[in-house]
Write a protein that binds this ligand. Structure first.
Ligand code: MF3
Ligand code: CO
Ligand code: CO
Length: 270
């Protein structure tokens, strides 16, 4: 028998989910976050990004889940690993991580048909002062975006919260990539922009599921994609950072599906 689709879709094409569907996202988000927790001790100088990806793939399989990225538009890995001036979609390989590198690891898993998508920053060895500030501002900008994700607000309010904070810290928000609706699909409406004007864009409603995943650069916001057709880098080679959560809108504070079970989302503070 075909599964009945409950809920509804807004005129912007955004799916409204019911309570039972929050539970599905919770399980998927938790697994993705737990895998990122377990990978942390392995992010050390000398390690390759390919070996980290292999560990992630093994953990997804051991949990009886599926990787959403293997086979997605031809992508062949269980994670994206973006080092230093790589903005996003870094392809794991045999390059060794060096002392002082900062890297984003982004994992998306499918559990019982639900997609959990999260990424966070890691530090190999000694963290420089300017990288530390970049990580803090990027993390805090995500949290400010999440705080703005309440019914009655608009998606422009989320983007504005992120952009105004980042720019007040003299850093820049990447425009070329955005967050996205998700649920029983990987990428769905709306595009969740990390910049914007208050009061613009679709209105948020209880039951919407989406990611917020700001990419912040120390230099200019422009990016380019390398010849491998995935790796996005800063045009000016400046350092870039990103944090991503999958969330669900409720009547009150949003539910963060991808909270770290061990409280290790940010590498140097809670
Ligand atoms: N997880 C990424 C996101 O946040 C998408 C990665 S797609 C891949 O939307 F193919 F590059 F893995
Ligand atoms: Co995402
Ligand atoms: Co992601």
């Amino acid at each position: 028998m075909k599964k009945q689709n409950k809920g509804r879709t807004t005129r912007d094409g955004i799916r409204i989910h019911d309570q039972a569907e929050f539970a599905g996202m919770h399980a998927a988000g938790r697994l993705a976050a737990q895998i990122l927790d377990e990978i942390a001790p392995h992010v050390v100088p000398g390690q390759t990004t390919g070996a980290l990806d292999k560990m992630i793939e093994d953990k997804v399989n051991a949990a009886g889940a599926k990787s959403a990225t293997i086979g997605y538009k031809g992508y062949q890995h269980a994670s994206c690993i973006s080092v230093n001036h790589v903005v996003c979609h870094g392809i794991p390989g045999d390059k060794k991580i060096k002392d002082g590198d900062i890297l984003n690891i982004d994992v998306t898993v499918i559990v019982d048909g639900w997609f959990g998508d999260t990424s966070r920053m890691y530090v190999a060895g000694k963290l420089s002062r300017k990288a530390e500030r970049l990580l803090q501002v990027t993390h805090d900008s995500l949290m400010l975006g999440i705080e703005a994700a309440r019914p009655g607000n608009t998606f422009g309010d989320i983007g504005h919260a992120i952009q105004s904070y980042v720019e007040s810290q003299k850093m820049s928000v990447v425009r070329d990539f955005c967050g996205h609706g998700l649920g029983e699909v990987f990428h769905a409406p709306p595009n969740v922009l990390h910049y914007g004007r208050p009061g613009t864009g679709p209105k948020l409603e209880e039951g919407m599921f989406f990611t917020i995943e700001p990419m912040v650069n120390l230099g200019r916001p422009e990016t380019k994609v390398l010849a491998d057709e995935w790796t996005a880098v800063t045009r000016d080679k400046s350092l870039s950072a990103q944090f991503e959560h999958s969330i669900g809108v409720t009547a009150g504070a949003p539910e963060i599906f991808t909270l770290s079970p061990s409280g290790k989302f940010h590498p140097t503070y809670g």
